[in-house]
Design a protein around this ligand. Structure first.
Ligand code: G4P
Length: 522
């Protein structure tokens, strides 16, 4: 195997999808702990504010305790290079999340054992489904009172419509949580509460029939446990890797992130089951193999002023094929020119380190003064026919009023950079008071906060009373009703705003031939 093949095959790019509070921050810390990136998990939570982990760097997200930006963390595990992309857990950031999920090859679906599938889990799952992403399920918080294992599996299958196959079977939950039986390795992993969860969890191995296990569980519990394991083995389908890779089946693990229990098993499964960088399907019907010799990648995230000391902008690039070397020149087809990548960096919260080499499956940050945009392709040779990153029709609109006219320059720079980052979408730019459109309310707050904090441009946002919008062909704009509104996006495409979902539906009923699109024309 060539060095290139070896390096690419040992990479895993994945994200954790979860409803807020399921334990994503905790699990991220524990993965880093096991990966050796941080030796004591306590370091991550060194500050009192438990949300200020390495992947939360914006002051705003610390204030709100919501992760509004995404970061990529890299760590090694058992000869593998793991790239964990942090997806914001808040529903308001579905566009950002969507783009992040375009940059991974698999996902961990994290569930709270007492709650099962929750609303945000469903939303994120749907995005993964659209991309046929393989998903490993980790049912967390088994050290707390939990739903029955059968109930949880049933919940995943019924609500998400994916076949859920346990790889392990839990022994009790809450105070009585004793560990789990590895249904395939045929070994018992005994749970012992670790103090503070800062060290690796002890995992004692023994067989299911072991007398010490019977003693530990009590006879009645042990009988029920053996019976459940037998039923699980007989009644549930066996794990099928091909189905998993097609996104049709999810292997299920149980554990307790806060006490580290099950985390190592999860990593081992990421290594063995999760796919190496996947080929990218191109618009012309062919595929781009990650093992191809030439370097290609795309910008899936932009962030300005990540570190106030630096005041710069970072384009996060997912490498889709080949090898990257510092100082190499690459083609940026949108700009029609070659750019030398002399300062690529990896981020770890506030810290940045220079990268000399990176491979397909890795994420690199490129610092630049506003050169790149979301969705930009960087490549050697001709541009691959990548499908453009999706944009969505906003549901909320507001007029932006600059309240200090002396700050017009900062205002213009700020709104344009924040729109390039994908924080908001801009409309009616030629007018005195342009509009912004967003998917969720919190984006308004983030936009206002960042415009004032980072660009020094104070604004007032005047929300419009529209509830949804769709792109429309220029030849159809005259069909808009009295109470609908037409605005234009940054590229000059018309967008029709509706007062309500009901009005949108009645417009469509009245004008069945008009194409209303959720996405801008390509
Ligand atoms: P999130 O990023 O998905 O929102 O969740 P986060 O990790 O912040 O976890 C939410 C809460 O759940 C935290 O408690 C965390 O300690 C707890 N938690 C995470 N994993 C487990 C687990 O396996 N078992 C138990 N029992 N709890 C778990 P908190 O009280 O909100 O914060 P903290 O003061 O404990 O840090």
């Amino acid at each position: 195997m060539s060095e290139l093949d070896h390096e690419i095959n040992r990479r895993r790019a994945f994200a954790i999808i979860a409803h807020p509070d399921a334990g994503k921050t905790t699990l991220t810390e524990k993965l880093l702990l096991y990966g050796g990136a941080i030796h004591l998990a306590g370091h991550v939570r060194a500050r009192k504010d438990r949300k200020s982990t390495k992947s939360d760097f914006m002051a705003l997200e610390q204030e709100r305790g919501i992760s509004v930006s995404t970061a990529a963390l890299q760590f090694e595990y058992d000869g593998m290079v793991m790239n964990l992309l942090d997806t914001p857990g808040h529903q308001d950031f579905s566009e950002d999340t969507y783009r992040t999920l375009m940059a991974v090859d698999s996902a961990i679906m994290l569930l709270d054992a007492s709650r099962g599938v929750e609303p945000q889990t469903i939303k994120l799952f749907k995005i993964c489904r659209e991309r046929n992403l393989p998903i490993i399920t980790f049912i967390n918080k088994m050290d707390m009172p939990a739903l029955e294992a059968f109930e949880l599996l049933d919940n995943v299958e019924k609500v998400l419509g994916i076949s859920a196959v346990p790889l392990v079977w839990p022994m009790g939950s809450g105070r009585d949580f004793k560990g789990y039986f590895d249904l395939y390795g045929k070994k018992l992993h005994r749970f012992e509460r670790t103090v503070g969860g800062a060290h690796r969890a002890p995992e004692a191995m023994s067989g299911i029939e072991d007398a010490s296990v019977r003693e530990l569980m009590g006879e009645a519990e042990h009988d029920k446990f053996c019976e459940d394991v037998a039923i699980a083995g007989e009644a549930l389908p066996a794990f099928d890797k091909e189905k998993f890779l097609r996104g049709e089946m999810t292997p299920v693990l149980f554990g307790s992130a806060v006490t580290n229990f099950g985390v190592e098993h999860l990593l081992a499964n990421l290594k063995d089951l999760a796919p190496a960088p996947r080929p990218v399907r191109l618009d012309n019907g062919s595929e781009l193999s990650p093992l191809e010799n030439r370097f290609t990648g795309f910008v899936f995230k932009m962030q300005a002023n990540m570190n106030k000391l630096h005041r710069d902008r970072v384009a996060f690039l997912r490498i889709t094929s080949g090898k990257f070397e510092r100082g190499m020149s690459v083609n940026v087809p949108r700009l029609g020119k070659e750019v030398k990548l002399s300062n690529p960096v990896a981020f770890f919260g506030q810290e940045r380190t220079t990268i000399d080499t990176a491979y397909a499956g890795d994420i690199i940050g490129i610092i630049s003064p506003g050169l790149y945009r979301l969705g930009d392709i960087l490549c050697n040779g001709a541009a691959p026919a990548f499908h453009p990153l999706p944009r969505f029709a906003p549901d909320l609109y507001a007029r932006i009023v600059l309240t200090d006219t002396g700050k017009t320059k900062q205002f213009k720079k700020g709104i344009s950079e924040l729109a390039d980052e994908g924080v908001v979408q801009l409309f009616n730019l030629s007018e005195q008071t342009p509009l912004i459109g967003v998917i969720g309310q919190l984006q308004f707050d983030v936009f206002k906060y960042r415009l004032e904090d980072e660009y020094g441009a104070p604004i007032r946002l005047e929300p419009l009373t529209f509830e949804c919008s769709r792109w429309i062909s220029p030849s159809d704009v005259d069909k808009a009703g009295r109470f609908d509104k037409i605005v234009t996006d940054e590229a000059g495409n018309p967008v029709l705003l509706f007062e309500s979902q009901f009005r949108l539906k009645s417009f469509q009923d009245q004008n069945p031939d008009v194409l209303l699109s959720m996405h801008p024309p390509a």
